[in-house]
Ligand binder design. Structure first.
Ligand code: PEP
Ligand code: MG
Length: 556
């Protein structure tokens, strides 16, 4: 038995034999074409168009987020800049295959050099190039293997076109050696609840037929496991299935302490699924979707329509909307300065909104108008608040616009440390553990190479959560959690033990968290949190919490 690490997506565990994705096509040689440039161009144009149409058709078949991803890929294939690059090479006498390979490669390098979200799109471009070259050679596009039995798919990185149509009866889990937590493989695996580990660099050593356990909750792949390990993994997988089938009840601990379980949403369209999965409201509505594809801010009317649609889905329920959070991982051309050297430390979140106050005022106006015509309990919060003065600014501005409940996100250590003062003014706080971890550990949340530092189990992060919750308790104000940490069932118990009053997460995580909360009392949660707080690092905090949470008969 041995183990390898990567970034787990979701909380599932699965086991089975490995089947590797076929190796990519060999790169075409730089040979002179025997055809005229016009003939080569015609071949390439036909191939590019056919690949683009095929990607669109796959998107149509898959639906959901996969459709958006595949449509974006189809657009990449027909990008005019790429077309020019290919033509230049064909005109110089190159074969269509080489021209496509070379032009895509240079475009890919440009994207990869940008790093972050755009860097992770580089793999999507490789896939398009492979498909076009395969078509030019009259070969089938490289794709998912079919060993004739269920398998754990291992690949360098999966193309969206492959992930979108995975046969979930056959693919037990996914492991990629490349890709980070925001790669398309990760996004689609999350959406389809596929057990997945990305960025497991050692996965290149896995061989066809080898048995593995894929433990996404821990980010660990165990190769050639013992019978005992296989049985334990099986038990965990069954417990998860049982949790998913358990009746939906309001979030609560075993002693009846209510811990509302809320949904993180990125578009009003996600509301229905969240309600079906038992979300008791919305703990984080990210409004960036309205702005990210635009070259200017949407109008008040456009915003009001979206917010109204969202609020209508939650009559009588709490809905926490976050003001636009632009910058760093979510750059907006009309709000952020592209020349900042460290955008994560730059004019982002509330700082960027203050610099363009009209946008903030319009957003608050649209929210207040939507609130006036719906029955949800609207709360509005500011992103990336780092001090008391910013809190006072935002809360008074929101109240002035008719927002009744105005709060702040605690994502910066300074705010956690000043929470008792911040919560004198703010009506509530919501802890964004993704950024709070990034800033506490000085580890870029988009960078695979420092992913091991980006672990919210670190006691330094937990101490800041406690400081924030204490600040809330002192002022009688609620402190929720809306970062990914709330979706980890045991960490959710710890967060409650530290004083969090509600938990918000991707709707697909609600069932696991609900089931785990029901197995611990508030006293248990406090004891488990204390065990984690006393640890030296993230791994020992997790282990200490696991030991403290184990049923009494298993404890020494
Ligand atoms: C966070 O930082 O934890 C958070 C919830 O906000 P986002 O992930 O959108 O930055
Ligand atoms: Mg954040």
């Amino acid at each position: 038995m041995s183990t390898m690490r990567g970034v787990g997506i979701g909380l599932g565990v699965a086991q089975g034999p490995v089947a590797r994705m076929a190796e990519p096509l060999a790169a075409p040689e730089d040979a002179a074409s025997t055809l005229t440039p016009e003939e080569e161009s015609a071949r390439v144009r036909e191939a590019v168009a056919a690949v683009a149409r095929e990607l669109e058709a796959r998107g149509e078949q898959a639906g959901g987020a996969a459709r958006d991803v595949l449509e974006a890929q189809a657009m990449m294939a027909e990008d005019p800049t790429l077309d020019d690059e290919i033509s230049t090479r064909v005109q110089a006498g190159k074969t269509g295959e080489f021209a496509v390979h070379d032009a895509f490669a240079s475009f890919r390098d440009t994207l990869a050099a940008m790093g972050g979200y755009l860097g992770e799109r580089a793999a999507d471009l490789d896939d398009v190039a492979q498909r076009v070259i395969a078509r030019l050679r009259g070969l089938p596009a490289p794709g998912v293997p079919d060993p004739g039995h269920p398998f754990v798919l291992v690949a360098k990185d999966l193309a969206p076109a492959d992930t979108a149509l995975l046969d979930l009866d056959k693919v037990l889990a996914l492991i990629t050696s490349d890709g980070g937590p925001t790669s398309h493989t990760a996004i689609l695996a999350r959406e389809k609840s596929i057990v997945a580990i990305v960025g497991a660099t050692d996965a290149v050593n896995l061989t066809d037929g080898q048995t593995v356990i894929v433990d996404a909750a821990q980010g660990i792949v165990t190769t050639d496991p013992s019978a005992d390990e296989l049985a334990k993994a099986q038990e965990r997988a069954e417990a998860r299935r049982a949790a998913a089938d358990a009746p939906i009840t309001p979030g609560a601990l075993s002693d009846g302490t209510a811990i509302p379980l809320l949904a993180n949403l990125g578009k009003p369209g996600g509301a229905q699924e969240a309600v079906e999965l038992g979300a008791e409201g919305v703990g984080l509505f990210r409004t960036e979707f309205l702005f990210l594809s635009a070259s200017h801010a949407p109008t008040i009317e456009e915003q009001r329509t979206s917010y109204t649609e969202l609020l209508q889905a939650f009559p009588g329920k709490k809905v926490v909307v976050r003001a636009l959070d632009a910058g760093a991982d979510k750059p907006l051309a009309f709000l952020n300065d592209a020349h900042e050297e460290n955008p994560a430390l730059g004019l982002r979140g509330l700082r960027a909104l203050r610099a363009s106050e009209d946008i903030l005022r319009e957003q608050l106006t649209a929210l207040a108008e939507a609130d006036a015509v719906t029955d949800a309990d609207l709360w509005v919060m500011a992103p990336m608040v780092s001090n008391v003065e910013e809190t006072d600014y935002f809360v008074s501005m929101a109240h002035e616009h008719g927002i009744k409940t105005a709060g702040v996100m605690v994502e910066v250590p300074s705010s956690a440390l000043m929470a008792d003062r911040i919560l004198q003014t703010a009506d509530f706080a919501s802890i964004g553990t993704n950024d709070l971890t990034q800033y506490t550990m000085a580890a870029d949340r988009l960078l695979g190479s420092v992913a091991s530092f980006q672990d919210p189990w670190h006691p330094a992060v937990l101490k800041l959560v406690k400081a924030t919750a204490d600040g809330g308790a002192k002022n009688g104000k609620p402190v929720g959690i809306c970062g990914e940490a709330a979706a980890d069932p045991l960490l959710a118990v710890v967060l409650v033990g530290l004083g969090a009053t509600s938990l918000s997460m991707a709707p697909t995580a609600l069932a696991d968290v609900r089931a785990t909360l029901l197995t611990h009392s508030l006293d248990d949660a406090r004891r488990i949190a204390d065990a984690a707080l006393a640890a030296d690092d993230a791994a020992t905090a997790r282990a200490a919490a696991q030991a403290a949470a184990a049923p009494k008969e298993n404890q020494q």
